[in-house]
Every structure is written in C-alpha cells, then in structure tokens.
Design a protein around this ligand. Structure first.
Ligand SMILES: NC(=O)c1ccc[n+]([C@@H]2O[C@H](COP(=O)([O-])OP(=O)(O)OC[C@H]3O[C@@H](n4cnc5c(N)ncnc54)[C@H](OP(=O)(O)O)[C@@H]3O)[C@@H](O)[C@H]2O)c1
Length: 321
C-alpha cells in the first residue's frame, strides 16, 4: 500500500529522509481492526519524527501520521482517536505512562490503511468531511483539552494564543471564540495576524509585542521563542497551559515571576476519547470547523511537509490517500 514513512532519522534535514512509497499491509493484533484512510492531517509531531525525536532508529521504517478519518471494516465513516492506551489501562489514557500515539510504537496513519484498536474508533458525523474530521484527533483535541479541561479559565476571560497560523494555534482561536473567550494572538507576519483576525481573534500582535493589558491565560505551543513573553503577559494568578515547544524545550523558567505573581504552569497532552467525542459534538452543534489550509494527494506529501518546515502554514495540511 502507498504510505509516507521514515527509514532513518535526520535531526538537521528532516525532508531528506521523508519517503513516499510502498509499505506492507498493516498487521492487525487481537482487538484491533483496519481503517481505510480517507484523510490524514499533518502535525508538527511528524516533523519531529523525521528528526528522530521520540522515534528511535530500531522502530523504523515507520509510517508517519497520528490522526485519520476513514471507513471501518463494515464501511462506516469513522474518526480515529490518536491515543493508544496500554493493555488493561482504565481511566484517562493521557495519564497512562505507557500510552503512545500512532507512528511512535505502532505504524502511523499516513497510508491507505492503518490498524487501530477498536476502542479508538468514533463515528464520524455526516456534517464533517473526512478532511475536517482528520484534523480533530491531534491538533484540535489538544487545543480542546488545553482550553476546556486544563486551563480552569471561564468564557469572558482573555486568552493569549502564541502563534497564529499553526494547527493547534488556529484550533485555539476558533474554539476559544466559539466558547466566548476574548482571544488575542501573536503571529510572525502581517499576513498571519490578518488571517487570525479573520478566524475570529479579537486582537493580533507581533510576536513578543507588549500587550495593552495583561491576560488571564496563555496557550503555549511555541516554547523557547515565546516563553518569556508568555510569563510577562499574565495577570497575577494567571495560567500558562503548555502542550508543545516547537522552538525549544529549555527557556529560562523565569521563576521569580512565576512565584512572585503566583502563576500556574499547566501541562497538557492530547485528550481522552471522551473529550474527542465532546469535540466532535461541539463541531456539530456550534458549526465550527477545522481550518484547512490545503488538501493534497498523499503522493504529494512532501509539499505539505515543506510548507510546515518553512512555517508556511494557515491552518491544517491534509493528505488524501
Ligand atoms: N502535547 C501534545 O499532545 C501536542 C499535540 C499537538 C501538538 N503539539 C506540539 O505543539 C506544537 C505545534 O504543533 P502544530 O502541529 O500546531 O505545528 P505547526 O502547525 O507547525 O504550528 C507551529 C506554530 O508555531 C509558531 N512558531 C514557530 N516558530 C516560531 C518562532 N520562532 N516564533 C514564534 N512562533 C513560532 C507558528 O507561529 P506563526 O503562526 O506566527 O508562524 C505556528 O503557530 C508542536 O511543538 C507540537 O509538537 C503537542
């Protein structure tokens, strides 16, 4: 079957190790089933995998991709929950120390077919296209959990989203606005800031700019490049929710500000199956839809990866096998 995969990592030149070609049909363990993939979305995780972050050489060749929408064995339209819990785990699977995403331990979703645990299948509502549904399990679910499960913030409060055009960032803007937050955004170009305003952000600022007032919460996926600004931008008692560090994991912690202004720093990762169900429902009842930048045939995946690597994003990049 056709697939997008990596056979050996390259920390410095990820595109050079991206392969689009033939891979064996998926192996299907007990309790698992096969999904015919109709759409899969690209996440920064896939670039990290090409660099070998969280994906050691001994697990390669590995098909990339953490989320998908498609058809189950009976032809039903499904969304694939991306967090695979370890056997016997009960409760919040994001807290399972042995949890894994597709393309980490098990082959990923950027292929014509993928094996998934049966419990990871959710019905795809007809109102959502396959491409829209494929954006939900990673970037959009991460944004949902950050805002509605982990932040402790209330509608009406002001949230700063670091980054304007990324997959998680655009989800934060759209979901935040739909839920009644005042959403401020930072973006690296005029074009990206304008696009964030189009999506519903109330204000958009240059990356690192001084804000007109401090905010109640900051949503962080950028990391080192914006951390100091995030800490400075919070009201006393405010909260930073962090789920990623695209530009580096080791900024100065700014502990003096954290304790003196009594900030909370809250980690967040992916979401549970139940939260994904709630997100799907939220899309259905509110009419919000994932922001799709471009849809490409799977065979043109390299173009999508290049766009993300160069920061040429405007929402989600979707591949269709
Ligand atoms: N923990 C989890 O479960 C989880 C889930 C999903 C994602 N993540 C992580 O979240 C991060 C974002 O993922 P994604 O798929 O949304 O990636 P993406 O689509 O490539 O978006 C990258 C974002 O980072 C911003 N950015 C990049 N370099 C920057 C810089 N030097 N200064 C300021 N902003 C910069 C971009 O801002 P502009 O718009 O201004 O260009 C953009 O909004 C990744 O690190 C990913 O691993 C974690």
């Amino acid at each position: 079957m056709r697939a997008v995969f990596v056979s050996s990592p390259s920390p410095d030149d990820p595109l050079s190790v991206l392969e689009v070609g033939e891979r064996p049909e998926p192996e299907v363990p007990d309790g698992w089933t096969t999904v015919q993939v109709r759409a899969v979305s690209l996440n920064h995780h896939d670039l990290f995998s090409l660099r070998g972050v969280g994906l050691p050489q001994e697990r390669m060749p590995m098909v990339l991709g953490t989320d998908a929408a498609g058809l189950d064995e009976d032809g039903n339209e499904v969304v694939v929950h991306g967090v695979v819990a370890s056997p016997g785990w009960t409760g919040d699977e994001t807290l399972d120390p042995k949890r894994t995403l597709f393309s980490e331990l098990y082959q990923g979703t950027m292929a014509e077919r993928v094996a998934v645990p049966r419990r990871n299948l959710l019905p795809k509502p007809a109102e959502l296209s396959f491409a829209e549904a494929a954006c939900l399990p990673t970037a959009w679910l991460t944004a949902y959990r950050m805002l509605f499960v982990r932040s402790g913030l209330r509608p009406g409060q002001t949230v700063l989203v670091q980054g304007a055009s990324g997959g998680v960032a655009t989800a934060l803007v759209v979901l935040g606005r739909a839920a009644g937050f005042r959403v401020w955004v930072t973006g690296r170009s005029e074009e990206k800031r304008a696009a964030a305003l189009e999506l519903g952000a109330d204000r958009a600022f240059e990356t690192g700019a001084r804000l007109p007032e401090r905010v109640d919460g900051v949503m962080e996926t950028v990391g080192k490049a914006t951390w100091g600004h995030s800490v400075k931008s919070l009201k006393p008692g405010g909260v930073i929710v962090t789920s990623g560090a695209t530009t580096g994991f080791d900024p100065s912690a700014e502990l003096n500000r954290v304790f003196f202004t009594q900030l909370s720093v809250v980690g967040s990762t992916m979401g549970t199956r139940e939260e994904l169900e709630s997100l799907v429902q939220m899309c259905r009842v509110s009419g919000v839809r994932p922001v799709i930048d471009v849809e490409l045939p799977l065979d043109q995946a390299r173009e999508g990866f290049a766009r993300m690597l160069e920061g040429r994003t405007a929402g989600k990049i979707v591949f269709t096998p």
